[in-house]
Design a binder for this molecule. Structure first.
Ligand SMILES: [Fe+2]
Ligand SMILES: [Fe+2]
Length: 171
């Protein structure tokens, strides 16, 4: 094994965290779909897939390093929301939790002079900046456009456009 037991543990915990994020966004997408927010549903189905790719990146990294990924059970996600804005606030909080976990891993990699893991984590550090900005931008729309039915419909359309845009152009 090329990484420390401590690094192995936090990376495996991150596999679980990314899986939880994927499951949480899937539940959000489903809630949006049944509530009539089709654009937001498409957006969160896509987010859910993205989190799964994050999880897989870490699984492959652990296995490549000879550390063997362990796949754990995850808790059932929250499946009901009061509003689209509340749902997006929860999504932002999720991302902030993930950012903290990634920064903790970077700290450990630095301390252990684990250059491979440090380099591997750089992608995640950048990704989290984008992820947080993405949800902050959506939340800002509620202040800019409003919270009545027509405004929410507009915001749903904006999310639909984001979902339809190629991944690298989504802010
Ligand atoms: Fe992620
Ligand atoms: Fe994320």
């Amino acid at each position: 094994m090329k990484i420390s037991p401590k690094m192995k543990k936090v990376l495996n915990d991150q596999v679980t965290l990314e899986a939880s994020a994927s499951s949480s966004y899937l539940a959000m997408a489903s809630w949006c779909e049944v509530t009539g927010y089709q654009g937001s549903a498409n957006y969160f189905y896509m987010q859910s897939d993205e989190e799964r790719t994050h999880m897989l990146k870490i699984v492959h990294y652990l296995n490549d390093m000879g550390a063997v990924a362990s796949i754990s059970a995850i808790k059932a996600p929250v499946s009901s929301y009061k509003s689209l804005e509340g749902l997006i606030k929860t999504a932002l909080k999720n991302e902030q939790t993930v950012t903290k976990a990634i920064h903790t891993m970077v700290d450990i990699a630095q301390k252990e002079k684990d250059h491979s893991t440090y380099a591997f984590l750089e992608w995640f550090v950048n990704e989290q900046v984008q992820e947080e900005t993405k949800f902050e931008t959506v939340l800002q729309k509620f202040d800019l456009i409003g919270r009545d039915k027509l405004a929410i419909n507009e915001i749903d359309k904006i999310l639909a456009m984001d979902a339809a845009a190629p991944a690298d152009t989504v802010a």
